[in-house]
Design a protein around this ligand. Structure first.
Ligand SMILES: Cc1ncc(COP(=O)(O)O)c(C=O)c1O
Length: 394
């Protein structure tokens, strides 16, 4: 199936205002997602928040099967959580680590995740092992296999980093983790909605995701996938009166599904907005989206490769919709700001987001242009011309 780009653009209000190449930051939502969110906010204002939630109960419950179907999960394996970081935290901090335990991760790991490893290492004496990259810049699978030992408690990687087009071989990592019976946590913050992601094929115990990037949902939304068998073994780091019931003076009973990782208060309008965005992804078809995104991103890489002074910085055997590059002699932040003044949105990824990766490549920061289905070849031409003009101006 091919996508009707004109229709997608007509249904995306932001396309009339900006040339948006910042889906990896926060993508433009569709009118349907916007309406689903705003309608509920309006209802809350008109009849009261609790009453609006009661009225929308069935629609809200529909969030779980809709999101589950995106990733090949069951509805009871999904928890709504306000962003990818907290979703990831709920999984990571619910695991137990002790002196000498090992956490295996990758070079391109996201900063918040790595800070959490450092904190747990500081508190418990657990050890962080960064598995090196192979020649293509993705996690070296044989080094990963060799790094596993009796003390390995977790394999935890980001599927696609924020700072480039790299797609980690998540399924191959899953096979290694499953063979060694080591829990596997996958940060899929940039990949769900961008490419086919199937938790059964990947074999992860947990997967964390945000709403606002490749799903084009509202900000302040996200979810956690927790495999049923894993949930049954793990007590969440936090419990409240939604995750558990106070069933005796001295006891509580936890929910049995993944919602034990949720908290009670939430952005109900966001749940409905994210559900609408996930429905739309399912309707457009993730295979068609992935094909289109690679077509756009490869086209953008080819255009950029033709510019003087521009070096592409994406790694990996398979490259996705996040295109990064360096412009010789340019201040990338000033370049981003100059483009933004022309209503062209790109961003700059810095060592703040992924210190080990960019530092090891001698990169302070990189320009990032991340495409989504509403982008066109014409927009890519316009962006590259504006970049070139700005670059020549210095
Ligand atoms: C790989 C990765 N993980 C996690 C996050 C954090 O997501 P959130 O801001 O929704 O918590 C990001 C955001 O850029 C990311 O790129």
């Amino acid at each position: 199936m091919t996508l009707d780009i004109a229709q997608i653009r007509a249904e995306t209000p932001g396309c009339a205002h900006v040339l948006h190449l910042n889906a990896a930051g926060s993508a433009l939502p569709s009118r349907r997602t916007l309406d689903a969110t705003l309608d509920h906010l309006r209802l809350e204002a008109e009849i009261g928040g609790y009453e609006a939630a009661a009225q929308a109960h069935e629609a809200l419950e529909g969030f779980y099967p809709t999101v589950a179907s995106l990733i090949g999960a069951a509805p009871d394996e999904i928890a709504f959580i306000e962003n990818a970081t907290r979703a990831w935290d709920m999984a990571f901090y619910s695991l137990s680590f002790a002196l000498g335990d090992r956490i295996l991760t990758c070079v391109s790991e996201y900063s918040s995740n790595y800070i959490s490893y450092l904190q747990v290492a500081k508190k418990t004496g657990a050890e962080i092992v960064v598995v090196p990259d192979d020649a293509r810049g993705q996690i070296d699978l044989s080094a990963l296999e060799q790094a596993i030992d009796k003390r390995t408690r977790l394999i935890s990687i980001s599927h696609m980093p924020t700072q480039g087009g790299l797609v980690q071989p998540a399924e191959a990592v899953g096979k290694i983790a499953n063979d060694a019976a080591v829990p596997y946590l996958l940060d899929a913050c940039q990949s769900v909605g961008q490419m086919p992601v199937d938790v059964k094929k990947i074999g992860c115990d947990f997967l964390s995701m945000t709403g606002r990037k490749y799903l084009r949902g509202p900000r302040g939304t996200g979810f956690l996938f927790a495999k049923r068998a894993t949930t049954a073994r793990i007590e969440p780091v936090f419990l409240d009166n939604h995750a558990a019931k106070w069933t005796a003076d001295n006891g509580y009973t936890m929910r049995t599904d993944a919602r034990r990782f949720e908290n009670w208060e939430r952005y109900f309008a966001g749940v409905l907005g994210l559900k609408a965005a996930a429905e739309q992804t399912n309707e457009l078809g993730i295979d068609a989206i992935w094909t289109r995104l690679r077509e756009l991103a490869d086209g953008l890489r080819a255009r950029l490769a033709g510019l003087n002074g521009v070096t592409l910085t994406d790694l990996g055997a398979v490259k996705g919709a996040i295109v990064t590059f360096a412009v010789a002699g340019a201040d990338h932040v000033a370049l981003r700001d100059a483009l933004r003044a022309q209503a062209i949105n790109v961003s700059v990824s810095t060592q703040f987001s992924s210190r080990l990766d960019l530092k090891s490549r001698g990169l302070l920061n990189v320009m990032r242009a991340s495409v989504h289905v509403y982008n066109t070849e014409g927009e890519l031409d316009r962006f590259v011309a504006a970049l070139d003009a700005q670059r020549s101006r210095g």
